[in-house]
Design a protein around this ligand. Structure first.
Ligand code: PBG
Length: 309
């Protein structure tokens, strides 16, 4: 039986996600042997520059995709929200396992809720999406960039002058930190998460049919449907993770309900729509069309210009 080589970044989060997927495959009855091969990406080497300035998403996936092309590895597990909307030729998202918690969480120094943070409080995030939505609610707070992995950010909250930071619940849980650290879960009425947040993407060569059949065993239909709506919408906005775009879909019976958001980084303009429908692709298209009709393109172009400066 074929041994399956799995590529992973070396971070705790990446390795945990990779090992989680391997374990799910074993639980689903897959008997192949697996080997995890660690890959260093450009994103891992430049840690001190603002991520949005050095190129966002592509950073963490390029070397991994090269290893897939070169057949050094057979598949790789990515955070769905770090995946570009369109994959390079010859590669595909083969399976989407069940999504972890989709929400962002506030972790504050003295366990103070978001609305009770003092005037001018310093909130750490390097996501324009989070910044836009928090500033829309609380224009008085200060957003301060924070970099590093999840563990580093929590340490910086304690050691530096941040009053609070925002992290994805899923990441926190995956690296094995306790949810007790969380001050407040931010639901979609406060902070629409990144498209695909909490979900994983398993990427492999498009023509590797044997592997597609194996990975299909852990594909989750609910997550696939909702992430499809979210990513269709993202793709049509030509966003990327540097842009303040949020999107989260749920199912109610057979209906997909997509909450889609685009905002200016200062939070002064927030476009938000809730779109429903049976076909996830259509729902994604409808959401994009609605937001584009309200000026989303102009906001996105403006942000891209600022980032290029
Ligand atoms: N941008 C970094 C990143 N990429 C994936 C996760 C974990 C969340 C997920 O799995 O969607 C995180 C950390 C965070 O946003 O707090």
């Amino acid at each position: 039986m074929r041994k399956i080589i799995v590529g992973s970044r070396q971070s705790n989060l990446a390795l945990t996600q990779t090992n989680w997927v391997i374990n799910e495959l074993k639980k689903a009855g897959v008997e192949n042997d697996f080997e995890v091969k660690k890959i260093v990406t450009k994103g891992d080497r430049i840690l001190d520059v603002t991520l949005s300035k050095v190129g966002g998403k592509g950073l963490f996936v390029k070397e991994i995709e090269q290893a897939l092309y070169d057949k050094e590895i057979d598949f790789a597990v990515h955070s769905m929200k770090d995946m570009p909307a369109v994959l390079p030729d010859g590669l595909a998202i083969s399976a989407i396992p069940i999504r972890e918690d989709h929400r962002d969480a506030l972790i504050s120094k003295n366990n103070i809720n978001f609305k009770d943070l003092p005037h001018g409080a310093i909130v750490g995030t390097s996501s324009l999406r989070r910044a836009a939505q928090l500033l829309a609610e609380r224009p008085d707070i200060q957003i301060k960039w924070i970099r590093g992995n999840i563990e580093t950010r929590i340490r910086k909250l304690q050691e530096e002058d941040y009053d609070a930071i925002i992290l994805a619940v899923s990441g926190l849980k995956r690296v094995g930190l306790s949810e007790d650290l969380i001050t407040e879960y931010l639901d979609i009425d406060v902070c629409v998460p990144a498209v695909g947040q909490g979900a994983l993407a398993i990427e492999c060569r498009e023509d590797d049919q044997e592997l597609h059949n194996i990975l299909a065993k852990i594909n989750d239909a609910y997550t696939t449907k909702t992430v499809t709506a979210e990513r269709t919408y993202l793709n049509l906005l030509e966003g990327g993770c540097q842009i303040p775009i949020g999107g989260f879909a749920q199912l109610e019976d057979d209906e997909v309900i997509l909450t889609a958001l685009v905002g200016t980084p200062d939070g002064k303009t927030i476009l938000k729509e809730i779109v429903r429908g049976i076909d996830p692709v259509q729902v994604g298209k409808d959401a994009a069309e609605k937001l584009l009709g309200q000026g989303a393109k102009e906001i996105i172009e403006q942000v891209k210009e600022e980032l290029d400066k």
